[in-house]
Design a protein. Sequence first.
Length: 1015
Amino acid sequence: MRLPRLAVENHQFVMVLIGLLVLNGVVSLFRMPKSEDPQVQPAGGSVIVVYPGASPADMEELIVRPIEEALNELEDIRYLVSVAEDGLASVGVEFESGSDPDEKYADILQKVNSIRHRLPDDILHFETIKWSISDVHILQLALVSDSAGYAALEREAEELRKRLAKVPGVKRSDVWAVPAQEVRVSVNLEKLAAMRIPIRQVMGAVADANLNIPGGTVDVGTRRLNIRTSGPYASIEDIRNTAVHARGGRPVHLRDVAEIDFTTEDVAFHARFNGERCVFVTVNQKEKTNIFAIFSGLRPVIASFRESLPPEIRLETVFDQSDSVSRRVRGFFTNLFQGILLVGIVIFAAVSSRASMIVMTAIPSSLLIGIGLVALSGYGLEQMSIAGLVIALGLLVDNAIVVTENSARFMRMGIPRTEAAVAGTAQVGWALVSATATTLLAFIPIILMRDVTGDFIRSMPVTVVYTLSASLLISLILTPYLSAKFLKIDRRSSERPFHRWLERFVDTRYSRLLDAALARPARTLILAGSVLIVSLALFPLVGVSFFPKAEKPLLFIRVETPVGSALERTEAAARFVENTLESYPQIRNVTVTVGHGNPRIYYNQFMKRRSATHADILVEAERYDRSDFDRLVREWRERFALYPGARIEVKELEQGPPVEAPVAVRIQGNNLEVLRRVSADVEALIRSESGTVNIHNPLGTTKSDLAVQINRDKAAMLGVPLSEIDRTVRAALTGVPVSRYRDAEGKAYDIVFRIPRGETPRLSDFDRIHVFSLAGTPVPLNQLARLELTESPLSITHYDLDRNVTLTSDVQSGYSVAKVTRAIVRRLEAYPWPKGYGYHLGGEQESRDESFGGMGQAVLIALIAILGVLVLQFRSYSQPLIVFSAIPLAVIGSVFALLVTGNAFSFSAFIGLTSLVGIVVNNSIILVDYTNQLRREGATTDKAVREAGQTRFVPIVLTTLTTIGGLLPLTVAGGTLWAPMGWTIIGGLMTSTFLTLIIVPVLYKLYTKESVEST
């Protein structure tokens, strides 16, 4: 290899190049986006439609099906999912992994706009949303006051919102929990009936009178003047004076048949902070921005605004993501620096001081170069990329150690320092390239992972690849120059206590053990195989989990009251929870939202839209303590389960990409009655399984509806269109916005037709409603229709255009999601499914299947690629297989480490196992490569394997210790997410390192013939 010589001869250029790369890393470290979690944007979107007064069946037929049919024409659809509820429909579409999110969102918009004319004209709200997992509120503030009215709170909240929105990096700022102001038209149905005025005529008159139609222009001499027509309403009085009908030659004005007020809408969503009324102001972060830079701009704005508040209103912080990000980043960097310290201790304990300093230069330079490349690739600094730095930490010094030791060996042979550094590096150069390549190839399956999970963790393997590639570059061009410049033969290095202890261990213990193994190869291999079989047999005891709890001092308590419940009933249940929490001193803040979900502050927590039957309670503890949280969750679930008339669920925040629930069973079938019966049976099966909690069946309860049964023959005979009846009933009872009024400041308010304030629709209202025939004749509604009480579902859901119902369940702490899921599946397999009906697993099981879909192929490709590198290096087929023997030896330690530490085989453990493949193979490469070198020098196979094992024992142990040292802080202090990964690697390294030094020599002796001396 000529690269080391070129680097030493052109060391000025090398130093400038390395300096520029390191400087780029330093600049990137301060400027790159920083967030708590990866910013993931799946290709997909949702269409939200609000159509008050429509039943789930109506929403399905009028809204969902047309939108589904249009979206289904798009390419690369992964799935379509829809929900139709009372007055609300949501249609979501996700595209295949790898699709361009912006392009697919544009396709959604185009398709939805193309069928907009097929949807009802009087839809209240129509919205298309682009999916973004990371689009969460990074700040939630509360303006708190029990004495100030909503008008004062809204005024202050709007002022704060405007100030916050101007801060660089802020995507948007919103105000929540404030009743909107509106122009309310309270119609007197009796007067309309007496005057025989259709309500649709009144609504049409108001809408027409508010039109702003340009009158064009006219030329007057040399001037061109715009013609202004009547234009929109200029005042509330203009609305009152709108002529809606003519009777006896005199106009009937709107004020004659209705009361018109400028007021607030009925309170359907309100909030409290520690028991006091409040409104929220939230902030969202732009993509690819630094959260710390944003908050450095937000804090002075908030401080200034707080000083300007009137004394009866105070500003409180509900949630501040920068605190969490700061703790997470600080914790990771602490783990990183602790790892660097441990690696340094290992190196200084084993090699000379000068050699140690040369090796240690590889750490900061490789890390900073890696950070610069990560930033250039568009990734930010978050928990996954920082974890990648920690994983790489223990590996990146291996190349520098090998180069430095080999250069020192050449110097001890009497070769001048410069030539020794060049020759020593060149001799091991291609071996280092091969070893690094095998490690990097082991990360290919993780990089190629599909789905949101793959996007979520991709920055971690990419960071490892960049950092290890940088370490290889450093070892080949910088380390030889530093060795030539500074390395001296330090004979005291062999006298270091740790080094002497390792050498004594080799002479007294390892040599005898290796001799015994070589003397009885069959017994040795059988023993190793038996240990492997035992470890695999113990694997089911380890358990499987996808992602652990988030370990944050936050809990969500969700309240659901029966369908049809008034807001007051939900409020009472929320008050019960608040009163219960008052007796717990470890609780810092309690934030309550009634009639709506809390604003989305965590990436896999989804916000419930407005509903009178829903309340969210966000509980913030003083600190996170796992055992205390587990106790609180169990205690609260038991207490809240006793509350009558509401389902109260305690939710812990989860790590990883969003999953609908840990356990989810999706049942397909088109008949709602059969679906309801089957879902009830499946719900009972799930409830009977230990560990399940917060079980939800959307079809478990039904609601009562009043169906307007129209006499079609009579309506046809009287000339009354069915659409006239439907529109009139909706307008009279539900109320709809018909236009918008703008005040002098340009602020817009809905003009809403409703029944008078304080009234609710009554059965007697139907007797007051008149519909009109095509000839203009009024006909009492009760002559054409009658009311019937019917049962209907709470919601109707579709999956890929077909009806289905999804039952979900959480899993209690201490239970394995995988074990609970398997137990439920056994029950489902034994269930007598009706013809045409079946089930599909969702939740974590589906996420695992989708995330690991194609992983087998990716792993196979990676193994073949590694095998190809080894075949190229050894020019043999048997020796790469001998090298591969280290992989199952690593599995032994991984299983035992997880079992002893009580960690489940989670997603991060899988990452650890994949990483382990590339790491442990390197030890085998070192051993086999040196054995081949000894044989080329004339040693017999028996002598070569003994000498190689004894000579390479110390370097192999050192590289193992540096890897363990780099990972140990993250493993011990990194929480439940990273502990399984760390223990998987550490346990695997411990067994594979020791067993590799025994098993590889045995296999080499058995399967390498004496005749292959030239290998």
